[in-house]
Design a binder for this molecule. Sequence first.
Ligand code: SAM
Length: 213
Amino acid sequence: MEKQELVKRYIETLISSPINLVGYDNFEEAYHFLYIDSTLPMKAEDLGQKFIDVGTGGGVPGVFLAIEFGASGFLIDSVCKKIEYVKNKCEELKIENLEFLCIRAEELKDKGPYREYFDSAVSRAVSKIATVLELTAPYVKVGGKILLYKGPGYTEELGQSVNAMKELGVKLSEVRKYTIKGKDRFLIVFEKFDKTPEKYPRKVGIPEKRPIR
Ligand SMILES: C[S@@+](CC[C@H](N)C(=O)[O-])C[C@H]1O[C@@H](n2cnc3c(N)ncnc32)[C@H](O)[C@@H]1O
């Protein structure tokens, strides 16, 4: 199926879902605030070949990135019914470059070969920057990127993440500003320059409750 047709079908799937996946029931809004938001600030080279989407919910941004750029996505979320729904719909649409796992990001380190495994990590609307860095950095290769979708509040969160960045082996490389229907949005791009200590991510809930300071 052609890319734009796949995007259209996937959005229709999201807005008609019986479980509340994305908070939009209008096609045009969902098209802009989900698909355009996911793809506009991204470049194919950011993702590399394999990326992880932590807290993908309804497959955002992971499904749209896989369709748009052809990279292989590994999409995780702690809510199994969301992952099941998204997985089934992607299978129906024959989107083949995606894998899914229902798991907390904190627990992925004990499952499979995923430590320092991905070329990049993406995450949108999951938690504050310091928390999300702890949930993503351990799974990205040295030299890879972490790309976080944020609103205008990102500056304060970034200021509170200086120690987390140092501790996790990541540094800020770029902030890409873009606008969706008059709303300012930012893609915060980090580079992983060093290995992340084995103790990260800490136990379930700790990255959220006690972000690295
Ligand atoms: C507000 S939703 C955002 C979903 C999607 N990324 C989007 O932009 O529409 C946050 C999602 O993150 C998931 N989540 C939160 N903490 C998580 C964790 N530690 N590990 C895996 N998933 C997590 C939640 O289950 C939820 O589906």
